[in-house]
Design a protein around this ligand. Structure first.
Ligand SMILES: [Zn+2]
Ligand SMILES: [Zn+2]
Ligand SMILES: [Zn+2]
Length: 265
């Protein structure tokens, strides 16, 4: 299994337009956070954010599966481009296998609770035009796909939940947590019982900003062979090499995400 970091930036990316802070002027470049997990010859795109178009053009990946964790713009805005590619430009593409929880799918289809009208439109059009094969999942149940299995769970994130998954393939395990405001105890149990080969978590400010995001100090009790930290905001006030240095103080098995980084699992 292979994980490619397509983007490692927070919701505004780095650099931020018009910002002259030391991070934005420091030479780091981070697209909005997204990952490509490659299992055999199949790709799972994890999140479809605002930089999806640029990420696809840069890495030229095929899109077999798409996982979306929650409704925040930095995780779904690329659906607009996907709608244009598949429905307006009518580029010939095979159907994408959409991996989402039943809960998130219902939220997308439910007019009353969606704040981001435009994204809901893109999602609904792609569903209506049958561009997705729907693999709707319930939490705490394992689902088998061709070369991998997926088990969904969740954690609170702002006033919603963010869906997480445990993926098993080729005898290895990856846990993807996405954005986490705090951990449910059940999630900690899942992580520690699995002791995954790779744990992926978003910590935008590096340190915790409760209740929005946990930080590095919340990861010390988690059991994982390697932890990939990502989704960094310029508000960390830390350049990439400084994040690496700080992370070492907490755990030697911490990998700091950088755009284009490839991790063999
Ligand atoms: Zn800045
Ligand atoms: Zn979020
Ligand atoms: Zn986010």
């Amino acid at each position: 299994m292979k994980v490619t970091v397509l983007g490692s930036g927070g919701s505004e990316g780095i650099p931020v337009p018009y910002c002259d802070c030391r991070v934005c002027k420091g030479g780091d470049h981070r697209f909005r956070t997204s990952y490509l997990i490659t299992v055999k010859d199949k790709n799972i795109l994890v999140e479809c954010g605002p930089d999806f178009r640029a990420q696809q053009l840069k890495h030229n990946f095929s899109l077999d599966y798409l996982f979306i964790s929650h409704q925040h713009n930095d995780h779904i805005e690329g659906l607009h481009d996907l709608r244009h590619i598949m429905l307006i430009s009518k580029v010939k593409m095979k159907k994408i296998n959409l991996l989402v929880s039943n809960k998130l799918h219902k939220d997308f289809l439910d007019k009353s609770i969606v704040e981001k009208e435009g994204i809901r439109y893109a999602y609904n059009r792609l569903i209506k035009k049958k561009k997705f094969n729907l693999s709707l999942m319930d939490y705490y149940k394992e689902y088998n796909f061709k070369n991998f299995s997926m088990f969904l769970f969740k954690n609170p994130h702002e006033n919603k939940v963010c869906d997480a998954f445990l993926l098993k393939a080729e005898g290895k395990t990856i846990i993807y947590l996405g954005d986490v405001g705090k951990f449910y105890s059940k999630s900690i149990e899942i992580i520690n019982n699995t002791n995954p080969d790779l744990l992926i978590i978003n910590i935008p400010r590096f340190y915790s900003i409760k209740p929005k995001h946990v930080g590095i100090e919340d990861l010390t009790d988690l059991k994982a062979k390697k932890i990939l930290i990502s989704h960094f905001s310029h508000r960390t006030n830390l350049l990439h090499h400084e994040i690496e240095k700080e992370a070492k103080k907490y755990n030697n098995d911490m990998i700091v995400a950088q755009d284009g980084l490839i991790i063999d699992v």
